[in-house]
Design a protein around this ligand. Sequence first.
Ligand code: AMP
Ligand code: ZN
Length: 113
Amino acid sequence: MDCIFCKLAQGEIPTDVLYEDEEIFVFTDQNPQAPVHFLAIPKKHIASLNEADADDAALLGRLLLRIRQIAEDEGFAADGYRVVNNIGQDGGQSVAHIHFHVLAGRSLQWPPG
Ligand code: AMP
Ligand code: ZN
């Protein structure tokens, strides 16, 4: 499958890895929108939340809790941060492998454009 995030997660393309285990891969976004901006993905190829099924529930739950753990370890949990999952065309999803943006380090605006 020709998926850039699968290639990053499998180590075929080098990137700045913040965390990795057998099922989760976390790496720096190449176009950061905040002082802290990384992406957290399951290594399993799931195109978007629309394609996730019931068997993925525990994996996605662990992914969210891993993000919380990284936020604590990196020291921005208490100040706050944002976790964003874009889905499909109107959601602004540009890479078809489910990913959670994690943004921190400045006061973020709401609502998004
Ligand atoms: P989205 O628009 O929600 O699909 O987000 C895709 C994100 O992936 C964007 O923030 C891009 O900057 C980021 N991105 C795309 N390719 C790479 C890459 N090779 N390494 C790191 N980040 C990437
Ligand atoms: Zn993929």
